[in-house]
Design a protein around this ligand. Structure first.
Ligand SMILES: [Zn+2]
Length: 390
């Protein structure tokens, strides 16, 4: 599925790079896998011309929440399926590996992928080994600060934060203590916490209130599943945002979509958005069980946000500049810079009517679709995998 070219010119496309302040008909020329020039009507200068007329060219899209340890439990999926196979150049695993599995993750997933694969290390030693229905934080011995610190220090090039399941099911009798321990670790290691909210997997346990979770979070930490319909979400019983949620957003805590099998609900999204709270990031929460729907891929998830009222430029900003900010990689990822390695997505934007479907099978009309055309990393140009999208 890959074509290899050292020198090429992406010609005739509309470049949208919110971080770089670009939106217009701009060509991108690549030499030896690095961006050589960005500008109108560029000369090929000996490079192969790739016609991207009528397409949108963006910095490589970033999907910040997936489950990428293929073969691990029911969920693990090959990173290149949601990555370069879906027009996306960077994917981030959310907690498949605890500290004991981190080297396996690095050797087996990150090092073998065509897509850049980053990692949120799980606070629990078990990580995704037991599946999401288990109480992976309920035994205090399942958090080993010293081992987590060692793993983070040895893998700072791929670790972007610590993943925590803040649910009654995962925390069990430990209550909020694991969050307190995560807070300390995050401060010591200077990396953000990625916190799963919403009791999608918990049965018969008391839900954790989002206000209690937010007490342990700070600016740059990330709450994922912001549009969940399950207990523990951002809305109270009357559909109003919990007051702590607004305070959290104002204090710089970031909010991510995390679509997934359970956690994108359009009714919840409308209520949250109507009260003025917007997502910082868009992500699929992609895994083996949601590729064939309701999630499909990041471009489709972005198009669902457009069906909710966001513009194309806004969803591209979420999947590029904002995603880089979530990962602490502003300037390095999510923008196009002359001299930097080429990390580029090419997308087809179509005006057509389709039904966007959420995790609870709620449907809303959508008027534009986003389909990947290429994911480009350096000298490799990947066509997307063919599969049925809505
Ligand atoms: Zn997830």
């Amino acid at each position: 599925m890959a074509q290899h070219l050292s020198n090429y010119l992406l010609k005739g496309g509309r470049l949208i790079d919110p971080a770089g302040g670009n939106d217009g008909l701009l060509d991108v020329r690549v030499r030896d896998g690095k961006i050589d020039a960005i500008g109108a009507n560029l000369d090929a200068d000996g490079a192969a011309v790739i016609d991207v007329q009528d397409h949108v060219v963006t910095p490589g899209l970033i999907d910040v929440h997936l489950h990428l340890m293929k073969g691990l439990g029911a969920f693990g999926v090959d990173p290149d399926i949601f990555g370069v196979g879906s027009g996306v150049t960077t994917v981030v695993d959310a907690g498949s590996a605890g500290h004991t599995l981190l080297n396996v993750f690095r050797n087996y997933v990150t090092d073998n992928a065509k897509t850049r694969v980053l990692n949120y290390i799980n606070l629990s030693t078990l990580g995704g080994v037991s599946g999401p229905g288990y109480s992976i934080l309920a035994d205090p011995r399942l958090i080993d600060e010293a081992k987590i610190e060692q793993a983070v220090e040895a893998n700072r090039d791929i670790i972007v934060g610590i993943k925590i399941m803040a649910t009654g099911g995962a925390l069990g009798a430990q209550g909020l203590k694991p969050l307190e321990r995560a807070r300390k670790l995050g401060d010591e290691l200077k990396i953000p916490l990625l916190v799963h909210i919403g009791e999608s997997w918990s049965k018969g346990t008391e839900p954790v209130a989002v206000g209690d979770v937010l007490k342990y979070l700070r600016a740059s930490d990330i709450v994922t599943h912001m549009f969940t319909v399950h207990p523990g979400g951002l809305l109270d019983a009357n559909g109003k945002l919990w007051p702590q949620v607004r305070d959290a957003k104002e204090s710089g805590i970031l909010m991510d979509v995390g679509h997934g099998l359970h956690n994108l609900n359009f009714d919840v999204a409308r209520k949250v958005l109507d009260q003025g709270l917007r997502p910082d990031g868009v992500s699929t929460d992609g895994h083996r069980g949601n590729r064939a729907g309701p999630v499909y891929d990041l471009p489709t998830t972005m198009a669902k946000l457009m069906a909710l009222g966001f513009t194309l430029n806004q969803v591209i900003e979420m999947a590029t500049a904002n995603a880089a900010r979530l990962l602490g990689r502003t300037g390095e990822l999510g923008t196009l810079k002359v001299g930097a390695p080429a990390e580029i997505s090419v997308l087809k934007i179509e005006d057509r009517e389709w039904q966007a479907v959420d995790s609870q099978k709620g449907a809303i009309p959508a008027h534009q679709a986003i389909t990947p055309v290429y994911a480009i990393r350096g000298e490799s140009i990947y066509a997307p995998l063919t599969f049925e999208r809505p």
